[in-house]
Design a protein around this ligand. Structure first.
Ligand code: AMP
Length: 284
């Protein structure tokens, strides 16, 4: 796999596949790769696309006091995993290559970002959308691949491509989990084995909500009750939120009549984890 650090190198590397008419697929990541990222690569490879993976820990999407400095970085392992899985090009810029200074123009997320991750992490989605818009401008992909694991983010990126008329197709893949149900995340490597056990309460809670939904319950407070019960029964975790929302708006209705999702965020020790499950007939 070819690794490049600068924007001109990306453009040079893409000239040949583009002129030969190959589709260009982009997989944006912050590195510390796991099977979730690699499932995005597998999807992107389908159809013979030329696959570009970006590896960039984007400072704009971290609030002060979050884990930007200690976020795991392991370029050597990432390159080996990505290369083995068939990534054609890794774009791993230094911060200065992406932000020569304080940007004059950024993307601002709208109402879809008003609650949940957007409320707990002020400015987070503006930072995400800005870097994704930049990556789209740099790579000019035909299609970009995102994970359902970060559901609010994926829906916001989709809204951005729609509202700003960006000529990029979006694909969203289901969350990849460990055998015990824990959603794979780069942040899982912060967890001690005792914390990892406690972290299972999150997927357990979301599954409890889904079981109730599948049993016919549509009252949102009732649905959420099953998730909260599971989380509150687990010592040593802090709940940021556990809620049932409509997919369209990411808002909490009284009754869930449309396709929805159970979403949750908890803290285990110093580690913040998020997860979600879809409720109902829900094609993303
Ligand atoms: P990150 O490196 O955490 O910014 O994630 C990069 C991309 O991988 C995002 O589109 C995530 O939603 C996706 N992703 C992260 N974890 C998973 C997972 N467990 N399953 C599927 N996709 C994931």
């Amino acid at each position: 796999v070819q690794i490049v650090r600068t924007i001109p190198e990306v453009r040079r590397a893409l000239a040949a596949p583009r002129t030969s008419g190959r589709r260009i697929a982009l997989v944006p990541t912050m590195g510390a790769l796991h099977e979730g990222h690699l499932a995005l690569v597998d999807g992107a490879k389908g159809g013979g696309a030329y696959v570009v993976m970006s590896v960039f820990v984007n400072p704009l999407q971290f609030a002060p006091g979050e884990d930007f400095e200690r976020y795991p970085r392991d370029m050597e392992a990432d390159a080996a995993m990505a290369g083995e899985r068939g990534v054609d090009l890794i774009f791993a810029p230094e911060t200065g290559e992406m932000y020569a200074g304080e940007p004059e123009v950024t993307v601002r997320a709208g109402r879809l970002a008003g609650d949940w991750e957007g409320r707990v992490r002020p400015g987070h989605f503006d930072g995400v959308l800005t870097v994704v818009a930049k990556l789209f401008g740099i790579v000019q992909p035909d299609v970009a691949w995102f994970g359902q694991k970060d559901l609010q983010q994926a829906l916001l990126v989709r809204a951005m491509t729609r509202d700003l008329n960006m000529p990029v197709g979006l694909e969203i893949i289901p969350t990849v989990r460990d055998v015990d149900g824990l959603a794979l995340s780069s942040r899982n490597r912060y967890l001690s084995s005792a914390e990892r056990m406690r972290a299972l309460a999150l997927s357990g809670a979301l599954n409890a909500v889904k079981a109730s939904y599948d049993g016919g319950e549509r009252d949102v407070e009732e649905l959420e009750y099953h998730g909260h019960a599971k989380l509150l029964a687990t010592p040593g975790i802090k709940i940021d939120y556990m809620a049932v929302v409509e997919l369209q708006t990411f808002r909490r209705p009284a009754l869930l009549a449309e396709a929805g999702a159970a979403i949750g965020a908890i803290r285990v020790g110093g580690t913040r984890l998020i997860d979600n499950v879809l409720l109902g007939p829900s094609t993303l």
